[in-house]
Write a protein that binds this ligand. Structure first.
Ligand SMILES: *Cc1c(COP(=O)(O)O)cnc(C)c1O
Length: 395
């Protein structure tokens, strides 16, 4: 690892977020004094842990318009997505064997669907347009009498685009099909009301919203009641749906995270959006050939996915160790190039010059100004050196 004089400016808030101090403060007592097993019901230590978990379950439910008894804790959104898709398909797959999802879903959804296909399910993958959004009529046409479940994410993790959740929910319910949505990037970024939006299951996770890594939840609706098969065998915690001792400090932290997310949502989406727009304006006014990937209209405030003509994004990132950003999702960074950008219709060269900048709660004006200046400086350097290579080659 390279040593740096100063810590870089963090611009990768889609990969993970810095924990909020208030969340850590809420968690700390449950590591030391209040360490009881929340499932021990014969003594005080168990009761106080269990009570803390009840409160956090309320906070989590509140943040998405659910009831506390519809929240099942998981280790994060990956597990929640696996549980939702495999859980429902393994219980009902014999009766209804068709799943509909979307080409730009997170790998944990796509891979879960792939393994369900191996188990005998059938899958339809909805396309997205240049904006990154699905076509509602394509969804309607894909639904058959065998369709069990539709899984479409709320907010895309690379391009930040917001799918039309209410419309999808309405269609699913009209057709008596379960609607699951991966809400990992949506919690605290857009208002969510699972009841109004007709969402039957939603996956969320703490570490994308200034909470702890290793704790998330699956909302499993009770009206209409969603039944599913658990992934793990064990002591039957979480009403038999998810066995394993709940990690009290993480659960408490995730609850606090959700409470803050809802309190701050309105103000934060404006303030972060303003910083994002300033950065974009700075870049487009100083540099030619800067393009936005995905639509700007239906997009969360902190996301900027850009392609910059004649600049290789990997080289740009390598030449800017003082900025922490990436070409795409942390989860697919070992595979070659972004399938998400390919699916919205970008050419290979456009993909190679694309980068994802993710602003968040702790991005300051100074940091954003600095980042803008540095990006402009390095892009100019790269373009000038390209130019001189071409001139030399011509001589
Ligand atoms: C980060 C992310 C996940 C995985 O969440 P973990 O809690 O890290 O397992 C799933 N889906 C989306 C859209 C994400 O951004």
């Amino acid at each position: 690892m390279r040593k740096l004089e100063h810590r870089p400016v963090y611009l990768d808030n889609h990969a993970t977020t810095q924990m909020d101090q208030r969340v850590l403060d809420a968690m700390l007592p449950y590591f030391l004094d209040k360490f009881g097993n929340p499932h021990s019901d014969s003594h005080y230590f168990g009761w106080e842990a269990s009570e803390a978990i009840n409160i956090s379950r309320e906070q989590i439910a509140n943040s998405i318009g659910a009831n506390a008894d519809e929240i099942v804790f998981t280790s994060g959104a990956t597990e929640a997505n696996n549980l939702a898709l495999k859980g429902v398909a393994r219980l009902f797959g014999k009766k209804k064997d068709h799943i509909i999802t979307c080409v730009t879903e997170h790998p944990c959804v796509l891979e879960s669907v792939r393994s369900l296909v191996d188990e005998g399910m059938r899958a339809t993958y909805l396309n997205v347009n240049h904006d990154g959004l699905i076509d509602i009529t394509e969804l309607e046409q894909a639904i058959t009498k065998d369709t069990l479940l539709v899984s479409v994410m709320a907010v895309q993790n690379e391009i930040g685009t917001i799918q039309p959740l209410s419309e999808i929910g309405e269609i699913c319910h009209r057709n008596k099909v379960y609607f699951h949505s991966d809400g990992a990037q949506a919690l605290g970024k857009i208002p969510i009301d699972v009841k109004k939006m007709n969402i039957d299951m939603m996956s969320i996770t703490g570490h994308k919203v200034y909470g702890p890594m290793g704790c998330g939840a699956l909302y499993i609706g009770k009206t209409p009641k969603v039944k599913l098969m658990p992934l793990f065998s064990g002591g039957g915690q979480e009403r038999g749906i998810r066995s394993g001792t709940l990690p009290t400090p993480l659960c408490v932290g995730f609850g606090k995270t959700c409470e803050l997310a809802i309190d701050l949502l309105a103000v934060e989406s404006i303030s972060i959006g303003r910083k994002r727009d300033l950065l974009l304006e700075k870049l487009t006014s100083e540099l030619s050939g800067v393009h936005i990937n995905g639509c700007m209209k239906h997009r969360v405030a902190g996301n900027l996915n850009l392609s910059i003509d004649k600049v290789d994004a990997e080289s740009l990132i390598a030449s800017l160790p003082d900025l922490a950003f990436s070409t795409g999702s942390a989860c697919s960074s070992n595979s070659d190039s972004s399938y998400v950008l390919k699916e919205i219709g970008l050419s290979n060269s456009e993909i190679d010059s694309s980068m994802r900048i993710g602003l968040g709660r702790f991005s300051s004006d100074d940091q954003i100004n600095y980042a803008g200046d540095r990006l402009i400086e390095e892009v100019r350097k790269i373009r000038n050196s390209r130019r001189s290579i071409f001139i030399n080659a011509a001589e």
